[in-house]
Design a protein. Structure first.
Length: 147
């Protein structure tokens, strides 16, 4: 199934973006049919995607709509956050998103109502260092890598 990420902006450059993801965890490991929504005896709705980010994405959209004219309002809505991060990659590679001059992103991920600075990410670094084993003063590649 083809999926798309959304970058929507109104107003001048700058400001902060509101972000959320539109996918769910994969449909694996369920004891019941995840595609069959049901309400348990306690009144709790069960089923794939019954909660997750639906409310948070709706809140981002409503908050962006409420921003006054002339103030930058940006929405970043992604897909595949629970698996490949393809939506976040698409946004990061978007020339339009990079041209907005954003000061930051508010990610509407549930955190138990505790603000969190930062978000799960992946960074890959390739480093090469060269050292020598001469005596009397050996040079370690590990101590030189930061220079």
């Amino acid at each position: 199934m083809a999926k798309r990420a959304l970058v929507a902006h109104r107003g001048p450059p700058g400001g902060y973006a509101l972000s959320g993801h539109m996918d769910t965890v994969p449909a694996t490991g369920w004891q019941d049919d995840p595609w069959d929504p049901r309400v348990d005896a306690a009144g709790v709705l069960h089923g794939l995607g019954s909660v997750d980010m639906k409310g948070a994405v709706a809140a981002c959209i409503m908050a962006a709509r409420a921003v006054p004219d002339g103030v930058p309002a940006t929405l970043l809505l992604t897909t595949d956050e629970e698996t490949t991060k393809a939506g976040a990659r698409a946004v990061a590679e978007s020339a339009f998103a990079r041209s907005l001059g954003l000061r930051g992103i508010v990610v509407a991920e549930p955190t138990g109502l505790v603000p969190v600075r930062g978000h799960r990410s992946s960074v890959n670094i390739v480093a090469r260092a060269q050292g020598c084993r001469r005596i009397p003063r050996p040079a370690s590649a590990a101590t030189r890598i930061g220079r």
